[in-house]
Design a protein around this ligand. Structure first.
Ligand code: AGP
Length: 609
């Protein structure tokens, strides 16, 4: 996700845009830039890295213009660089725009525009929009060209557009990426969220998908993409700035837990071929044939990403028939791993900078293995050093505890499983069934998030305990480990994640009425065994919380508390079962008054070994 700001009014735009970018920097900080219209003169400045680099580049230059747009980038297509920084312009330089979102059909649009003589300067999808408007402007005129271009785009956008030939207006459009219009006194501020607006005005208009606003210093009009005028309500805000950056959530971690449906939709967007039961992973195009010959996969990762790898092992072995080993990256390189050119070593990393994972990848490359990355941060070291990879598109994850990146990683692993499985024994029907169910997951997660209040209440009830045993089987054994990690790192409570079957080989000695257990117990192929485990704990006066499948009234009779998740394919249950555990850990931490976004002793990216 990126941050967009625009201003039109009587004041100099430059300082207002810079301040707005600083407010939105948490949305992305790979690069930033701005374009300001001073009469018909367009002045553009861009800088890689944080907004302070842009500020330095602008220095004390006095940009006179009172209309401008600006952008702070979270790279999705094209690594962080000056040329990939927004704003992007057309060939003439008259049309300049900033974009937040993913244009799925940008390659076909780009090819057509290049045939018509357009010259592109960046690797981004966003630049296509400026050239498409320029092309259509020749026969339709500017505003009509914008509407016609929006109808050609497939994907998501929040756009703010300037035209030096019509320097009295900003056109903004929203589809899938947020855009808010701040209504000031003879001035307007447009932004991705209210944190860049509220110091100018508390009067805002929330644009909805499919809406376009044409904004001038003396007024604005909102239209549908069909160019029909719409009346919009002006909302009176009463938010503090801090609350605004978290879009009303108390913490980034809670915001990111609630962003998971959108993050999964972004992870799979443009990558499904439901008709053929296939997954289309652009980042692996260069190694597709080599992947056909792979005889073993080793996944190297750390922490939450390691737990995602463990789930990937079950998926890939069951549905792609490929032997998989999952290794703590910090252990992998000091072992004598057996690998060769028929081995694919996959690094899973949200930050793409974890030193242990990077070192493991470098070791794998020395040994001649094919190296792949499942990475969230575009242009990060692991993304650059692996032979190929798949980006999560989950947007920046600010909370130290990884949540939306984790379910995004699982979604990517499902796509990889379908891709590799369909190269091997997986049937079209199985591929179709998995893809159809994966598309339902965001909605199913919404249903779990709706239980937020009940989970908060339960967390309060259990916050007094100092120890927990988290238990799960098969696909949900790693979820038990992830749930235990979450509550450990967020609320400093001791918790152990174990395979349920292992409980009787030692851990059950821990159980008494002061040592609660949390079972991940969906109605899956090992449900009966899980119920036996619950009964063994109950026989020793242990309290039990169960994560169970909706409608399972039997388990409710056995346990002390139950949180229900919707039914889905067994291989997809981890994407659902983890959500209550994330919320449980979050609310236990909050009930203890802890800083859940920045837990003690931890860092968001561990760049030391
Ligand atoms: C997860 O909540 C932790 N913050 C931590 O375990 C993290 O998953 C681990 O450090 C790996 O980070 P990466 O995904 O950026 O490589």
């Amino acid at each position: 996700m990126c941050g967009i700001v625009g201003y039109i009014g009587q004041k100099k735009a430059c300082p207002i845009l810079l301040e707005g970018l600083r407010r939105l920097e948490y949305r992305g900080y790979d690069s930033s830039g701005m374009a300001i219209l001073d009469g018909q003169k367009m002045r553009t400045v861009k800088a890689v890295g944080k907004v302070c680099n842009l500020e330095e580049k602008i220095g004390d230059r006095d940009f006179a213009g009172t209309i401008g747009i600006a952008h702070t980038r979270w790279a999705t297509h094209g690594k962080p660089s000056d040329k990939n920084s927004h704003p992007h312009a057309d060939c003439s330089g008259d049309i300049s725009l900033v974009h937040n979102g993913i244009i799925e059909n940008y390659l076909e649009l780009k090819k057509d525009l290049e045939k018509k003589g357009h010259k592109f300067t960046s690797e981004t999808d966003s630049e296509v929009v400026a050239h498409q408007i320029e092309e259509l402007n020749k026969k339709l005129g500017y505003e009509e060209a914008v509407f016609a271009t929006l109808k050609m785009i497939r994907g998501t956008y929040g756009l703010a557009i300037l035209n030096a030939q019509e320097p009295d207006k900003i056109i903004v459009a929203r589809n899938g990426s947020p855009l808010v219009l701040g209504v000031g006194n003879g001035e307007y501020v447009i932004a991705s969220d209210v944190s860049a607006i509220i110091r100018h005005t508390q009067q805002v208009v929330y644009l909805e998908d499919g809406e376009v606003a044409i904004i001038k210093a003396d007024g604005y009009v909102v239209k549908t993409i069909q160019n029909k005028t719409k009346t919009k309500e002006v909302t009176q805000l009463d938010w503090s700035l801090e609350k605004a950056e978290k879009q009303g959530y108390a913490h980034f971690m809670l915001k990111e837990i609630f962003e998971q449906p959108a993050a999964i939709e972004d992870a799979i967007r443009g990558r499904l071929l439901p008709g053929e039961g296939l997954a289309k992973l652009g980042g692996l195009q260069g190694v597709v044939e080599k992947l056909r010959t792979i005889e073993k996969i080793i996944i190297v990762s750390c922490g939450t990403s390691y737990h995602a790898g463990l789930i990937g092992e079950y998926m890939l072995e069951e549905y792609a028939g490929i032997p998989v080993e999952v290794e703590y990256a910090s252990e992998f390189r000091y072992r004598k791993p057996i690998l060769n050119a028929k081995t694919a070593v996959i690094a899973i990393s949200q930050s793409g900078e974890t030193a242990d994972t990077l070192a493991a990848i470098r070791e794998a490359k020395h040994k001649g293995a094919l190296t792949l990355g499942i990475v969230n941060t575009v242009g990060s070291t692991i993304a650059r050093e692996t032979d190929a990879g798949i980006y999560n598109h989950a947007g920046p994850e600010i909370g130290v505890a990884s949540t939306k990146a984790f379910t995004s990683q699982l979604s990517i692993l499902v796509l990889l499983t379908v891709m590799l499985g369909r190269q091997r024994e997986m049937s079209l029907v199985t591929g179709q069934r998995i893809i159809k169910e994966l598309k339902r997951i965001p909605k199913l997660i919404e249903k779990i998030l709706a239980q937020d209040k009940e989970i908060k209440k339960m967390a309060k009830k259990y916050a007094k305990y100092t120890d927990f045993l988290y238990l799960g089987r098969k696909y949900n054994f790693p979820i038990a480990c992830e749930g235990a990690l979450k509550i450990k790192e967020i609320s400093y409570v001791h918790a152990e994640g174990y395979a349920t079957g292992e409980m009787k080989h030692g851990p059950i000695a821990l159980i008494d009425e002061n040592f609660p257990s949390l079972f991940v117990a969906p109605r899956d192929s090992v449900y009966e065994k899980t119920i036996s485990g619950i009964q063994e704990i109950k026989a020793r006066s242990g309290r039990v919380i169960a994560i169970a499948t909706e409608g399972d009234t039997e388990i409710a009779k056995l346990v002390d508390d139950v949180i229900y998740i919707p039914k889905t394919l067994e291989m997809l249950t981890p994407l659902l079962a983890v959500v209550p555990l994330q919320l449980f850990a979050y609310y236990v931490g909050v009930s203890k008054g802890l800083d859940v976004d920045k837990p003690r002793n931890l860092a968001k990216s561990v760049t030391v070994e």
